[in-house]
Design a protein around this ligand. Structure first.
Ligand SMILES: Cc1cc2nc3c(=O)[nH]c(=O)nc-3n(C[C@H](O)[C@H](O)[C@H](O)COP(=O)(O)OP(=O)(O)OC[C@H]3O[C@@H](n4cnc5c(N)ncnc54)[C@H](O)[C@@H]3O)c2cc1C
Length: 396
């Protein structure tokens, strides 16, 4: 089949790499570079990123890692050990030790919540924050997790997502960092597409998608199937069909990159910061790949969910948090990046994703169509798997 792909973000390249084994693939990317929000930006000797925190939510076992292997990518993903720490009252604790920190009364409440979850006696539409709010420490822990992993306040996160996320966590485990950072993943996919004879055109924006019964036209080029890695909203705007019934809600965030000669985080782990006003967590990806930081320095990435629209104020609150985390230590803020509507953390915040199958010949991949429980790039991989399964079905 002749398949056209709009966008060379992770979703477009991952589907393109796998489909290029059997099909004729052409990828159009409007920017002068590939990788979208999952690639590196060299800056002052550090490998910063266009978006992600150089982190793969379920590490070397998750859906992204599996789909990369299916494509033939040999990028190495180093799993974190332990999965993460929660910073509570200035001290780092592993998740398994948090239960020991709450009062006897709250322990009882926590056991009741765990039992109702296990028995499935939970309203799946209930916000995660509401589920946790009777236990203040649990709410802080939940909020730092949903803020780091989904760029959502716990009150904006539906329990349906949390239930699936916890199932996937038990199946695949916690996060990992790819060697080479985000670009390590992207380079490996581009190499596969080139080797398989697929074409990638950068600085080439698609403006019009014309869906017909048996063909789809991208501007004037004819394809059997089109896969769009542009957001669902942009895809609909370009196309001659309407398919969005309920608009996805983007999630917004702020990322602050810090350089320090002193190591501030262990290994590939995340520190979830329960006691910060805005910062939800931090990692130090240069622990896995020294080339991500300038010689003798560590690269620390901190993430904050953007809660209010005033970005300047949100940044100032996040910087206050950083001073409370590292005050007295020798550190330097090297850049601050904010992510809003056009270039958000996720085109659809978890719980507002659309279906990747619009029509047999118009399919969507990316973070506007993640599967339920799909954290960030794991959700992107889930959308790619759904699209590949659909194309397989069409062949029969
Ligand atoms: C601050 C921040 C931190 C994050 N941290 C993590 C993390 O640590 N781990 C994680 O898993 N995820 C993380 N994410 C999320 C992750 O980066 C995204 O979910 C993922 O990169 C989205 O990939 P995508 O392929 O869906 O979209 P994109 O990367 O946006 O790719 C879509 C591509 O389509 C192109 N395009 C759009 N319209 C057109 C057109 N008309 N013609 C041609 N091309 C077009 C765009 O230019 C873009 O390159 C983070 C995101 C942010 C912003």
């Amino acid at each position: 089949m002749k398949i056209g792909i709009i966008g060379a973000g992770l979703g477009g390249l991952l589907s393109g790499a796998i489909l290029s084994k059997e099909h004729s693939i052409t990828i159009y990317e409007k920017l002068p570079f590939v990788g979208g929000r999952f690639t590196n930006i060299p800056y002052k000797g550090f490998q910063l990123t266009t978006g992600a925190l150089h982190m793969i939510p379920h590490g070397n076992e998750g859906y992204l890692a599996q789909t990369l292997r299916r494509a033939g990518s040999n990028v190495k993903i180093v799993n974190s050990e332990p999965d993460g720490y929660f910073r509570i009252n200035g001290k780092n604790h592993e998740y398994k030790d948090i239960f020991g920190l709450v009062s006897a009364k709250d322990k009882l409440k926590a056991l009741k919540l765990a039992a109702s979850l296990k028995l499935g006696k939970i309203d799946k539409n209930m916000p995660f924050g509401e589920f946790l709010e009777d236990i203040p420490l649990a709410l802080d822990v939940g909020n730092s997790f949903s803020g780091w992993a989904l760029s959502l306040n716990a009150y904006d996160t539906p329990m349906s997502e949390i239930i699936e996320i916890s199932k996937l966590y038990h199946k695949f485990g916690g996060p990992g960092i790819p060697v080479g950072g985000c670009k390590g993943v992207i380079d490996s996919l581009v190499e596969i597409i080139n080797k398989n004879g697929g074409k990638i055109y950068t600085s080439h924006a698609i403006e019009k998608i014309e869906v017909e019964e048996n063909n789809v036209f991208l501007d004037s080029e004819q394809f059997d199937i089109v896969i769009s890695n542009a957001s669902p909203k942009l895809t609909e705007k370009m196309s001659n069909i309407k398919f969005i019934e309920k608009e996805p809600v983007p999630s917004k965030g702020i990322k602050i990159n810090v350089a320090s000669k002193l190591s501030l985080v262990d290994g590939a782990s995340v520190i979830f910061t329960t006691d910060c006003e805005r910062i939800n967590g931090l990692n130090q990806p240069s622990n896995v790949d020294r080339s991500l930081a300038k010689e003798d320095y560590n690269l620390i990435m901190l993430h904050a969910t953007q809660i209010k629209n005033n970005t300047k104020e949100e940044i100032s609150l996040a910087l206050n948090d950083i001073e409370s985390l590292f005050g007295g230590k020798d550190y330097e803020v090297i850049s601050i990046q904010s992510y809003g509507n056009g270039w958000p953390v996720n085109h659809a915040s978890n719980g507002t994703d659309l279906n990747p199958i619009v029509k047999d010949n118009l399919l969507l991949v990316g973070d506007g169509v993640k599967g339920v429980g799909g954290i960030e790039v794991e959700g992107v991989a889930m959308s790619v798997i759904a699209v590949l399964n659909h194309i397989e079905k069409l062949k029969k």
